[in-house]
Design a protein around this ligand. Structure first.
Ligand SMILES: [Zn+2]
Length: 154
């Protein structure tokens, strides 16, 4: 008798025990006992099943904790990144909008770390204030450090 690997996980004695105790307390028509056994069997074999049922999505981290100052966490797999946009598309085939809908997130739920987007806009402002495009100048601090390190002084 070749049975699926699923049914091997379920102890038939346990099923029988549950069925007999249920039948003892409830009047079950004979033609429904089979269905009862199947339902119990299914329930028991599903106990060790880590895969969440569709419609009952369990995020890798609580939504509230998925946004940190320095990174955001993918609710699908727990992946941490400064921005999830690319990860979601490459790894899960999800656009940000679909991702938010899937996890019932508000439309302003960040998929980019707040500190990172802040830094980027600061950088953009600095670039915008800069002189000619194409010439990348080191910051004053870096220039000073570079000068003091020059061995020519001795
Ligand atoms: Zn992911």
């Amino acid at each position: 008798m070749a049975e699926g690997s699923d049914s091997q996980k379920v102890n038939p004695n346990l099923v029988a025990e549950i069925v007999s105790s249920y039948v003892a307390k409830n009047s079950v028509p004979v033609d429904q006992v089979g269905g009862l056994i199947a339902a119990i069997h299914q329930a028991l074999s599903g106990l060790g099943n880590a895969e969440p049922a569709p419609g009952a999505l369990v995020p890798a981290v609580p939504v509230r904790r998925s946004v940190q100052p320095d990174y955001v966490v993918c609710l699908e797999c727990g992946f941490r990144a400064k921005t999830l946009r690319r990860h979601l598309r490459m790894r899960h085939g999800l656009e940000v909008g679909a991702y938010r809908a899937r996890w019932k997130l508000p439309t302003d739920h960040p998929t980019t770390a707040p500190a990172y987007s802040e830094r980027r806009s600061t950088m953009a402002k600095q670039v915008g204030l800069g002189r000619k495009s194409g010439s990348v100048e080191p910051s004053p601090a870096a220039r000073r450090r570079g000068r003091s390190r020059q061995p020519a002084a001795e």
